[in-house]
Design a protein around this ligand. Structure first.
Ligand SMILES: [Mg+2]
Length: 179
């Protein structure tokens, strides 16, 4: 995995995006096991809260199987137009602050910080970006600052939810070793 000491990539991922968006609209869902997805025979879990994950529920699981694991979960059908709108809003927050980024999914982004000379500068920048996204969209994110996309993505998943991590270039090998 070649990494360049001068590259700094921030991988950003919205935490349980559809659930967070539903909770932003209806705060009564906060703290409950929430499943977003169709409730019919062929319904599938599109997103689930961490409270639901404790029961073994995961995204892409049939809704029926999920409800067998946690019968008191709250099922929300989902409003994909609203998700798309909020995804675009987050994209705008990033676009207004960084020169180079890539939207990798409805809730994932890679920001290229290469050219910001000092790692400390990137560190502060990432923290401010996380705050700006939360302040402007109400949606929590996790991120990792790393030397390439793959390490950033792996690290983001490790620190979720509402987490952040920086992996300085010299520590990459020791970071990945135990994973
Ligand atoms: Mg996500």
């Amino acid at each position: 995995m070649p990494t360049d000491p001068n590259r700094n990539i921030i991988h950003i991922d919205l935490d349980t995006f559809f659930v967070s968006e539903e909770r932003r609209i209806n705060p009564k869902l906060i703290g409950k096991p929430v499943l977003v997805g169709g409730n019919g025979d062929r319904g599938v879990v599109a997103s689930c809260s961490y409270e639901a994950r404790k029961f073994g529920i995961r995204s892409a699981m049939p809704m029926k199987a999920a409800l067998r694991l946690c019968s008191h979960a709250v099922v929300v059908r989902g409003d994909y137009e609203a998700y798309s709108k909020y995804s675009n809003l987050v994209t705008d927050v990033i676009r207004n602050r960084v020169p180079l980024f890539e939207k990798s999914s409805i809730d994932g982004f890679y920001v290229d910080m290469t050219g910001m000379e000092k790692f400390f500068g990137c560190s502060l920048y990432s923290k401010e970006l996380k705050e700006a996204i939360y302040n402007e969209s109400g949606l929590p994110i996790s991120y990792a600052l790393a030397g390439n996309k793959l390490i950033g993505k792996v690290a983001t998943n490790e620190v979720k939810p509402n987490g952040q991590l920086e992996i300085p270039f010299c520590n990459e090998r020791s970071y990945l070793a135990p994973l």
